[in-house]
Design a protein around this ligand. Sequence first.
Ligand code: SAM
Ligand code: SF4
Length: 364
Amino acid sequence: MGRTDILYKKHKTRQDLRTLLSWTDPDLCQALYAAAYDVKVRNVGAVVYYRGLIEFSNECIKNCRYCGIRRGNTSVKRFRTEREDILSMADWTYRNQYGSITLQSGERQDEEFITYVEGLIRDIKTLSHGELGITLCVGEQEDRAYERWFAAGAHRYLLRIETGNPALYATLHPQDGHHVWQVRKQCLQTLRRIGYQVGTGDMIGLPGQTLDDLVDDILFYQQMDIDMIGMGPYVVHHNTPVGKEVLQAGLDSEAEKRRRLRLGLNMIAVTRLVLPDVNIAATTALQALHPLGRELGLKAGANVLMPIVTLPKFRPQYVLYDNKPCVDENPQQCRHCLQARVASVGDVVGFGKWGDAPHFFHTR
Ligand code: SAM
Ligand code: SF4
């Protein structure tokens, strides 16, 4: 049996997935990405859907040990985007045929925040005549908040599990009772029950993470019947506890970054082979590690991009990791740049469409 035969096995074992993730030889990796791209084209098409990303506030009650906007990072200037500015950005995405937006922020659970987001969803639905799809990415919440936002018109929710390994999760978060893996998993189940299209994902190349952990992450997506995957390489932020540990251990060399990028692409490809009909995003973190990172993600089986439409004045304050791309650009520049990137891969942009994952309709 040739080494690439494994790509075409209908039922891949756990060991098969591990083998595919471990590939480093350029020819083998190209074969893996080509097989995944083929599965993408046959199941979700050679079409890339946009989710205009509005990072509307960096205020956060959490203290995740890897994240640049964690509560404990006192050198970050905190901001809240005015309602009118968010609505004008949403209007811009609507007029530019983005089809969907993602509202993302740090985590807050107070009533003022819940009501604010609820009002935003209703206003965005109104201004776009119901046409803009709305994805939320605002962290762990009580069931009632998720229900209110769904009733207001949000229909997709992205909450990364970060890692499917609870023990690894514990090393990446403070053990203060507010960063509990089981609670995060429960949130994903609640979101599904309410009727959202549910997205999750992990960070890839985390310190202490093994290939078996990554296999488990893919199996977690499968077991949880996830519709959308937003995963990407871990990228160091120099002023965070995990970032400092990685830098001190000398684990952020160029070779190490290349390893994390390759693992990120292998994860996209293997996930596409295992879950053919889900949406998979080529995330900005890929581009933080390689100028063409997102194109490589599309070639390895991803079919969603999240162009940043955050107001340029707030971008330098929403820096989750070092070298975050697009911080110096405006939405118009991002739009043109991305369209060229998509065309270079051979895909087209699904302008004006929601681009829901077929998986959602196959399983509900
Ligand atoms: N606060 C919400 C939450 O945590 O779900 C949403 C916003 S949070 C900034 C979005 C994602 O950023 C997280 O799920 C995490 O995976 C990612 N992130 C944070 N720090 C990162 C880093 N250093 N490298 C890569 N991704 C990172
Ligand atoms: Fe806050 Fe999300 Fe960053 Fe954690 S990952 S500190 S919840 S913004």
